[in-house]
Design a protein around this ligand. Sequence first.
Ligand code: KPL
Length: 297
Amino acid sequence: MKITVLGCGALGQIWLAALNAQGHEVQGWLRVPQPYCSINVIDLNGTAINKTCIANDPKFLAESDLLLVTLKAWQVSEAVKNLQFILRDNCPILLLHNGMGTLDELKALPQPLLRGITTHAAKRDGTVIIHVAAGITHIGPTSPDAAALSEWAEILQQALPDVAWHNNVASAAWQKLAVNCVINPLTVQYDCPNGELLNHLPEVTALCNEVAQVMEREGQHTSREGLLDYVLDVIATTSANTSSMLQDIRAERRTEIDYITGYVIRRARAQGLATPENSRLYELIKRKEQDYERERI
Ligand code: KPL
């Protein structure tokens, strides 16, 4: 298959390396156009993979069988809209990012859209990407025209297991959103690895209760207890991780807060629900972002 990976950060490079090793033709697509893109990955076995693949080739993009988008949520819609006229109308686009809200921004696309949620963990160490932990990638259709694309789960499974197809991918997306609403901003507040949140159970519980309420109103089958158990389980299994939001704040980058906590607050408002604990953390993260943005001016 011919696959273009839009976004060549940690997750993008892991997919480029895995798809290339499986014999697929791959190219990277970078915001600042370059003819080549480097893949410098240490895989789960500790093996270093150093490769160069082509990048930003419009002909390759036009012939691609899949556009895999591994950008941060806030970068997705503008970047995808810029490429939609080069892609074939039937080329599937798979969005793989934290948070929700990008589908609303991409409603008018002619291409079939797939949504993905992944629990693979990767981090950048200088110029090298370390694949820290294996995970599962859940993918599924976001519209009827994407429902027949389940073969992609099998193709991607061969490259970077595990990959699971879900006809109702929204359920997996909401579960991951709940995890990110709790872990990401709280780890910023306490400047701590995920596992330390077990010392802050009242806040974890309050956040889960708020998100569970919103999920129920959005038609998602959930319970406060069930969601809390799930989030506590993720905190325990990722205890040594530095959350992606804490990594962004430490590196003074824009975070995904508008697509994580911000999305839940927007849905809550539309449903007439109050989310005081989520709103408090949203303000905290926005203040931190604004502080370093102001310093740059
Ligand atoms: O998805 C994550 C993130 O850091 O963005 C979690 C699950 C919280 C793992 O760190």
